[in-house]
Design a protein around this ligand. Structure first.
Ligand SMILES: *[C@@H]1O[C@H](CO)[C@@H](O)[C@H](O)[C@H]1NC(C)=O
Ligand SMILES: *[C@@H]1O[C@H](CO)[C@@H](O)[C@H](O)[C@H]1NC(C)=O
Ligand SMILES: *[C@@H]1O[C@H](CO)[C@@H](O)[C@H](O)[C@H]1NC(C)=O
Ligand SMILES: *[C@@H]1O[C@H](CO)[C@@H](O)[C@H](O)[C@H]1NC(C)=O
Length: 242
């Protein structure tokens, strides 16, 4: 996780959400599972896209069984961990071999079971009513993630400075404002769309990077290419990546 925080080009208004799609409620199993999000959830979609937000090189993936895959981290993404947590009840029912595949490399059959659409450096548009669009396409269980302490990332600190605080307070207060409104939106969606279940997921670490378990919070684990905010290819990362 260290490299996610080190290298992601974070912007204040990022919405991360995962949706669990229940197309039919006749069977006691999950018919499909889809992920939408940004670099916190991307598992390879950016590799062949025309974007500078690419991480399919070392030291990304240094602690991941398959090495660099396009995950913006040394190890697993948040979505990999959630997927594994549900592996018996959810993923095995859907017959995923291990992790949910990226949309970019998925076949038609896989897309019917579920794929990960997340793309590093993705943002949201003002006019996007994504939750309602998903609902109209059959989604009945949706989890929407709040934004964590993005002002505590080494990248944010290096970019904007902290003015004497531990973190970039403006970014954290913006994230908090976003989260408050997201909670209201989730309430409203549950009120309006009674046959669906919307869940707000609290972000981990609401006050500082230390609360996420990081002991070094003002420097990144890998050497960063200036301007791009990503690890220098094949550079040596820090030894304590926990
Ligand atoms: C989004 O909405 C805000 C507030 O209404 C506005 O300032 C901004 O220009 C809008 N951005 C786009 C891309 O439309
Ligand atoms: C920096 O902190 C000082 C003292 O708290 C405050 O007056 C000032 O507005 C802050 N500047 C910025 C850019 O946040
Ligand atoms: C919920 O329904 C009300 C009343 O129809 C509507 O004004 C509001 O925009 C709806 N909210 C959402 C999030 O769809
Ligand atoms: C990070 O903080 C430590 C302890 O406060 C300090 O010694 C170190 O120089 C800082 N590193 C950077 C890159 O700012």
């Amino acid at each position: 996780m260290a490299n996610i925080l080190a290298s992601t080009k974070l912007q204040p208004w990022w919405l991360l959400f995962v949706s669990l799609l229940f197309v039919s409620n006749a069977e006691p199993q999950v018919p499909c599972y889809f992920i939408f999000g940004d670099s916190l959830s991307d598992d390879g979609n950016n590799n062949d896209l025309s974007t500078t937000a690419k991480v399919n090189y070392s030291p990304y993936g240094i602690d991941f069984p398959k090495g660099p895959t396009g995950r913006f981290t040394n190890g697993r993404t948040m979505q990999d961990i959630i997927g594994l947590h549900f592996s018996v009840s959810l993923l095995q029912l859907l017959d995923f071999q291990e992790f949910i595949p990226p949309f970019a490399t998925s076949s038609g059959q896989e897309i019917l079971k579920g794929v990960d659409y997340a793309s590093g450096s993705a943002g949201i548009l003002n006019e996007t009513g994504q939750q309602v669009i998903l609902y109209n396409n059959g989604a009945r269980m949706l989890a929407l993630f709040g934004i964590g302490s993005i002002g505590c990332t080494p990248n944010a600190i290096a970019l904007y400075g902290t003015n004497g605080s531990a973190c970039v307070e403006k970014m954290n207060s913006d994230a908090q404002l976003f989260n408050e409104r997201l909670v209201s939106l989730v309430d409203e969606l549950n009120t309006n769309l009674t046959d669906a279940k919307f869940t707000y997921v609290y972000p981990s670490g609401t006050t500082s990077a230390n609360s996420l378990g990081f002991t070094v919070t003002n420097a990144s684990c890998c050497k960063i290419e200036s301007g791009r905010g990503l690890c220098i290819p094949d550079s040596e990362p820090c030894s304590d990546r926990n």
